[in-house]
Design a protein around this ligand. Structure first.
Ligand code: ATP
Length: 314
């Protein structure tokens, strides 16, 4: 049986809006998601044993059944028990390039890669929508990570509608290695402070979702108007994260003081991204901001928006 290597891109949010509270305890969200070509590589191999084994060079990544890549392999074994019995378990090697616990969907994109990889390895012929449905059982960001590109995500984040691709825009990603923001803390703090603004009726939720669909950012994306895209970035979670994490706010300000198209926190942070029109400019600004802030914990990456989710490496 063949082994597979898959490229698993990180994501950023160009728009993250919390519109309500769901009966299942999650938040009702409208997001515009974007894949970037900073990614992990997942090597997947049938091991003929009765176990799923994980390997990763980054000690922050758990190597047990809490790892989302493990959960994805286990889910496929449960869904297709005969194949699991015939072919046994997997060795999964995660080459981790995406910063961990950074708001970049690192774990989710690893899970997405494992679903896509096992679909190929076992010749299941599952379609992208079928894979996305399985992904939704693992986490809200997994369905987007499967197909990637540019998309609107609604519901918990698991309902995906593709938007026209963006790929000419360059992205600086910046994160303090000694800083992490707990995603549940960010969402719970938002609920505590802003639940009086929540919409609870389905008509109101549909209306709000529709406003984003027909809104200015989607128009700017359709026109590939990078200046407008940069000007229209939006993330509700900044309202609770930035007052608590002033260094993250200062980082956004430092990028905005340069000639970037726009800068914002990704997801629940603490990664900050800044959009630029070309690679040279992105690299120059990343260097300049690193020099200005002069903190050895601050790391920057320069990536490009990409038009795909999980892809098989040749
Ligand atoms: P999201 O943007 O989807 O909220 P994130 O980018 O903030 O995710 P991850 O990189 O997925 O966060 O890491 C969050 C936690 O998940 C980590 O602290 C780690 O313990 C755990 N984790 C489980 N599986 C993985 C994985 N494959 N890669 C990285 N972290 C993982």
């Amino acid at each position: 049986m063949q082994s597979y290597s898959l490229f698993a891109p990180a994501k950023i949010n160009l728009h993250l809006e919390i519109i309500g509270h769901r009966p299942d305890g999650y938040h009702e969200l409208v997001m515009i998601m974007q894949s970037v070509n900073l990614g992990d590589v997942i090597h997947l191999r049938a091991n003929g044993k009765d176990e799923i084994r994980l390997f990763c060079q980054n000690p922050e990544v758990p190597l047990n059944n809490t790892n989302l890549a493990y959960k994805a392999a286990h889910l496929m074994q449960q869904q297709f028990p005969k194949l699991a019995q015939n072919f046994g378990g997997f060795d999964i090697v995660i080459e981790k390039n995406i910063p961990v616990a950074a708001g970049l969907a690192g774990g989710s994109t690893n899970a997405a890669a494992v679903l896509v990889g096992i679909n190929l390895m076992w010749s299941l012929g599952l379609t992208q929508p079928e894979l996305r449905d399985l992904g939704a059982l693992l986490g809200s960001d997994v369905p987007f990570c499967i197909s990637g590109g540019t998309a609107i995500a609604t519901g918990r984040g698991e309902q995906i509608e593709p938007l026209p691709d963006l790929s000419d825009i360059w992205v600086i990603l910046a994160k303090y290695s000694n800083l992490s923001v707990s995603t549940p803390w960010a969402y719970n703090s938002y609920r505590e402070q802003f639940n009086h603004l929540y919409i609870s009726d389905s008509q109101g939720i549909n209306q709000r979702t529709h406003q984003v669909h027909s809104g200015d950012l989607v128009k700017a994306i359709s026109q590939r108007n990078s200046e407008q895209i940069g000007a229209l970035l939006y993330n509700d979670l900044e309202k609770v994260v930035l007052p608590e994490f002033t260094t993250v706010k200062a980082l956004i300000d430092a990028f905005n003081a340069e000639n970037v198209l726009g800068s914002m926190m990704s997801g629940s942070g603490p990664t900050v991204f800044a959009l630029c029109d070309n690679q040279n400019q992105a690299e120059a600004i990343a260097n300049k901001v690193q020099k200005t802030i002069n903190d050895s914990n601050l790391h920057c990456w320069v990536a490009q928006m990409c038009t795909h989710g999980i892809i098989k490496q040749s």
